[in-house]
Design a protein around this ligand. Structure first.
Ligand SMILES: Cc1cc2nc3c(=O)[nH]c(=O)nc-3n(C[C@H](O)[C@H](O)[C@H](O)COP(=O)(O)OP(=O)(O)OC[C@H]3O[C@@H](n4cnc5c(N)ncnc54)[C@H](O)[C@@H]3O)c2cc1C
Length: 444
């Protein structure tokens, strides 16, 4: 009955009630995790609403508040932790129709949140600019979903992560109050909604910084020893004169899961890179100095039929592996700058084949280090916990990808700023309920 009234109030807005579509739009890529599969497989919204404009978003927010119906915002649904899975039914707000470019100026773009990252990049490139950082899901993910649920990716070796100051310039947000407001968050205020899983506002527009565009060249460089590959990655990361977007070491046998990527000899350890064409000569000299060999090279092409190499990196690595062996899962590790190589060597030797090394080099606080996204041979949830604790005891942070709770995944502490903002803009707790622990546990 409540839903009937809600749908009636949304007359003129696109509402989908087909149960098959609603079921599909209630899912993301949480199924990477056997733990999340158990917890989320049966979760489903009741309707999907597809606004065309901010005005329609305001109408949906007002109607949901009046009916006290939960609302979960969705971009492309490529998140890995069930961020976009509605725990308490209600409405899925599908933002993908809202994809207008407001403007592109030197070094900055303003777009609607439902725009795909690949489309924004293509638009910017026409004017000599490109997005500075993107997830390996660039070809499907939305700008709003990246800010709402992502953390960084291709480009983070130069620009750091999304949470770093300057990587999101401004956000326009619709609130979930009895009379919804439209707020413009600028500068540091953007952190209120950055990586908040859509729990404290519906982002309708974003200002995203751009970098100068380059022709990018994909390479796979191979080594006989994994630690040589890791040391090469560190030195390449610290070579500030080489313009680069991606440095991804992978221990054998991780690349054996890449069925469409030919030419990697058996038994070798690989580093996948994206280097700006003008830096290639210097890069090749560095490769030669390390006694390594380039076994694959091609322009990085987002629009061709062959996937760009970045679609083998970040969480695509996990995707390729799980497709071949569904018993595999993964972890997300944060190696502290300065100690990363030492800790990588320890973990590599300690776990052997049970935790297969996959690293992504990034800048953290201006220093070059790496994230680990190792493939894990899953046996039991207890064993997975053991592996997590072992890493943490040694000082390797774990952003646990086996939880949909905001705080438990990343920082492990209450984010006061995001909690206070939620109190102000979502007083009835209707936005993506069940995801922010501090809210549902009533932290004061
Ligand atoms: C194969 C694979 C590779 C990946 N690689 C990376 C990677 O390299 N780096 C990385 O950071 N992530 C990665 N991810 C995770 C995910 O793809 C990215 O974070 C992506 O940017 C999410 O965008 P989306 O449009 O799919 O968002 P969704 O999954 O739809 O949403 C993500 C979260 O943001 C919220 N949200 C969406 N839109 C809005 C909005 N307009 N307002 C407020 N909240 C909103 C949702 O409620 C949800 O909580 C990967 C995932 C997969 C499956």
């Amino acid at each position: 009955m409540t839903l009937d009234r809600l749908v009636h109030a949304l007359d003129g807005v696109t509402v989908i009630t087909d149960p098959n579509v609603v079921r599909v739009k209630s899912k993301d890529f949480y199924w990477y995790s056997p733990v999340l599969r158990r917890k989320l497989d049966d979760k489903c919204a009741e309707i999907v609403v597809c606004p065309r404009s901010e005005e329609e978003v305001v109408r949906v927010a007002r109607a949901c508040v009046a009916a006290k119906v939960p609302l979960t915002v969705r971009g492309a649904g490529t998140g890995n932790y069930g961020q976009a899975v509605p725990l308490e039914g209600g409405v899925i707000l599908d933002m993908t129709v809202m994809k207008a470019v407001r403007w592109i100026r030197p070094g900055m773009a303003r777009v609607e949140a439902g725009m795909k990252l690949v489309e924004l990049d293509a638009e910017a490139r026409r004017q000599g600019w490109e997005i500075r950082m993107f997830p390996s899901t660039k070809r499907t993910a939305t700008v709003g979903g990246f800010i709402g649920g992502g953390s960084g990716g291709v480009g983070s070796i130069t620009y750091g992560q999304l949470r770093d100051r300057g990587n999101v310039h401004a956000a326009r947000v619709v609130t979930m109050e009895d009379e919804p407001r439209v707020l413009e968050l600028r500068g540091d205020d953007v952190q209120k909604v950055n990586h908040a899983y859509g729990t404290n506002g519906i982002i309708t527009e974003l200002e995203i910084p751009l970098g100068p565009t380059y022709p990018w060249i994909d390479s796979v460089v191979v080594f006989g020893d994994f630690m040589d590959a890791a040391r090469f990655a560190q030195i390449l990361g610290e070579s500030d004169g080489i313009v680069k977007k991606l440095i991804t070491p992978m221990a054998w046998p991780v690349t054996t899961y890449f069925k469409r990527l030919a030419g990697i000899p058996p038994g070798v350890h690989s580093v996948i890179t994206m280097i700006a064409e003008p830096s290639l000569e210097t890069f090749d000299a560095l490769v030669a100095a390390h006694g390594a060999t380039v076994v694959h090279r091609a322009p990085s092409d987002d629009f061709g039929r062959t996937p760009p190499l970045y679609e083998y990196t970040w969480n695509h690595t996990t995707l390729h592996a799980i497709k071949i062996d569904p018993s595999l899962t993964y972890l997300q590790c944060g190696y502290p700058p300065g100690r990363n190589l030492e800790l990588i060597e320890h973990m590599y030797r300690h776990w052997g084949d049970e935790v297969m090394m996959h690293l992504e080099f990034i800048r953290v606080g201006g220093k070059v280090t790496c994230s680990g996204l190792p493939l894990v041979r899953f046996s039991t949830e207890a064993r997975l916990e053991e592996i997590i604790h072992y890493h943490e005891e040694y000082g390797v942070g774990i952003a646990n990808p086996h939880t949909y709770i905001l705080e438990d995944g990343g920082r492990k502490v209450v984010n006061r700023e995001q909690l206070d903002f939620k109190r102000a803009v979502d007083p009835h707790g209707l936005l993506n309920p069940g995801k922010m622990r501090a809210w549902f546990e009533g932290v004061r």
